[in-house]
Write a protein of this length. Structure first.
Length: 122
């Protein structure tokens, strides 16, 4: 689910995560901040470890990680564009928010409102 605050968009999970739940490895074409709103999570930067003959990533290898908790100072992390990452809940009822700006399709420039350009939100 996405919430709007000016030109800032806040994506939230559909439900709180249980301990051990993982947001699978993925990447975005823009920088964004992941903010831990409740609970505790490990954010890992990953890379493909084993790729099948048909090009599917079978396993991922963690390159580095950081743990963030809602009840600690600095409970966010910047994920740079193009970086494969995953989020792992370390406590039950963990909630994170991904915070970012929408962009124009032709220039990549940050815009004040949603443009309909789906690549700006994935």
């Amino acid at each position: 689910m996405e919430h709007v605050s000016g030109n800032i968009f806040i994506r939230t999970p559909d439900a709180p995560m249980k301990q051990g739940n993982t947001v699978l490895s993925h990447r975005h074409n823009f920088d964004h901040t992941t903010y831990i709103a409740r609970g505790r999570a490990r954010i890992e930067v990953v890379e493909p470890d084993r790729v099948t003959a048909d090009g599917i990533v079978a396993t991922w290898r963690a390159l580095r990680s950081v743990e963030k908790a809602a009840y600690e100072l600095y409970n966010w992390v910047l994920i740079t564009k193009g970086t494969y990452h995953r989020i792992i809940a370390l406590e039950d009822d963990t909630i994170y928010h991904c915070i970012y700006s929408h962009r124009r399709a032709d220039t990549g420039e940050v815009v004040e409102e949603y443009t309909g350009w789906m690549e700006a939100v994935t």
